[in-house]
Design a protein around this ligand. Structure first.
Ligand SMILES: *Cc1c(COP(=O)(O)O)cnc(C)c1O
Length: 393
């Protein structure tokens, strides 16, 4: 097929070739290794002269299908699927950096990404500097002669701050740096960082890509020459995704567009509703006109995403009471599920940061993150309404 097709069609119609059984939906290849035709083919496969499956730590038809689909959806050349989002973040950096290198990162990165930069990389003399999403003018002066990579999350978790990807792509180009964007919150349906010049696009597929709270997985997508290095690192260190999870995710992608449309329209309704509620201190959502970067959100995102953050008047004590009063919405650390989930980042996902570090990335003590699910909106609002009432001190 050579015709350019649209997102939903690629997500559904890009699949591995049929086997002799002419199955409509792609089967699961639960095998750890593959059989060689003869000694010559085995030699050529190991010498990388021909492509084909050898061993599932290197590749497997289910993983290949998932990656080819993700590359179509993100507009990237190549990629690799990993056993978790963190494996993707880790290998996307560790495979391309060496002792003495420096990373410029947005201050608000996922908690475990923070731990990699703060606690693990210094062991191997890889250093970093954080820059604030809210202050783009400070970024260029933080680039050092040994800076190799810029790593960012936009929108950030959980404060939902953004950075202009087009501007960042140009900055990376000017200084010959690798731009690595964690696109987990937006998913390929809402935002394609490669279009703005990102060389690597990393994902936790655990979130909206699966969308049903079933698997832990990740992906590193990007330029062919960089993915070659990432693949070498992964092949020999082994953070491979299981074929079963790859198969689940390839099915999940078939419905990503319809799910994201609904997550986003539900999230916008919730954000608008919270904004009118006088028990609420503030609400943040990229597609609310009150978001300080609303214009930028509209430029680089198709819709505002499935996460809303807010703070109830009454601070942390009332926030906790609110969480304990929810009847339907799950109190859990995940996001991007069909089920709505409420999280208190300051005491859970971001508890390893100091209060100062949290303040610097917009995580106030009472901030509550809602990953808005696909339940009926009336039921979501009713639960939040009753929990707000019950939390009155
Ligand atoms: C969850 C998450 C990760 C980590 O992914 P896992 O699949 O849990 O390993 C990384 N980045 C962001 C933005 C996330 O939300």
């Amino acid at each position: 097929m050579t015709d350019k097709r649209n997102f939903e069609t690629d997500a559904i119609r890009s699949q591995s070739d049929r086997s002799e059984f002419r199955e409509h939906s792609v089967p699961l290849y639960l095998t750890s290794s593959f059989v060689f035709d003869d000694a010559e083919q085995a030699r050529a496969l190991f010498a990388d002269e021909i492509s084909g499956n050898i061993y599932t730590r290197f590749s497997n038809p289910n993983n290949t299908e998932l990656i080819e689909k993700l590359c179509l959806l993100e507009g990237t050349e190549d990629g690799i699927a990993t056993a978790s989002g963190m494996a993707a973040m880790y290998i996307s950096m560790a495979s391309l950096l060496k002792s003495g290198d420096h990373v410029l990162a947005s201050r608000s990165v996922f908690g475990s990404t923070h731990q990699i930069l703060n606690m693990l990389f210094p062991r191997w003399n890889i250093t970093h500097t954080y820059a604030d999403l809210s202050d783009p003018s400070s970024w260029e002066s933080k680039i050092q002669p040994n800076t190799k990579m810029i790593f960012v999350e936009t929108p950030s978790n959980p404060a939902l701050d953004l950075i202009d990807l087009e501007w960042l792509g140009k900055l990376a180009e000017k200084h010959k740096l690798i731009l690595n964007v964690d696109n987990c919150f937006a998913t390929p349906y809402l935002q394609n960082p490669a279009k703005w010049g990102a060389h690597l696009v990393t994902h936790s597929a655990t979130k909206f890509i699966d969308g049903q709270g079933r698997v832990i997985a990740g992906a590193v997508l990007g330029k062919k020459d960089l993915i070659k290095e990432v693949r070498f690192f992964a092949r020999h260190t082994g953070p491979s995704l299981s074929p079963f999870n790859a198969w689940v995710l390839s099915k999940s992608l078939e419905t990503l567009a319809v799910r994201m449309e609904k997550h986003c329209s539900n999230a916008l309704l919730l954000a608008q509703w919270l904004e009118k509620n006088n028990n609420v201190e503030y609400v943040k959502y990229p597609f609310l006109p009150s978001h300080p970067q609303h214009q930028l959100a509209k430029k680089q995102m198709r819709l505002g995403g499935g996460v809303v953050t807010f703070e109830i008047k009454g601070g942390i004590d009332r926030g906790r009471k609110f969480l304990n009063s929810l009847k339907m919405i799950s109190h859990s650390a995940n996001l991007g599920d069909t089920r709505s989930i409420a999280t208190h980042p300051a005491s859970t996902t971001h508890s390893k940061l100091t209060e100062e570090e949290r303040a610097a990335v917009g995580i106030t003590s009472g901030l509550i993150r809602i990953s808005v699910g696909l339940e009926n909106m009336e039921d979501i609002l009713n639960d939040i309404q009753q929990a707000i009432e019950a939390s009155k001190l």
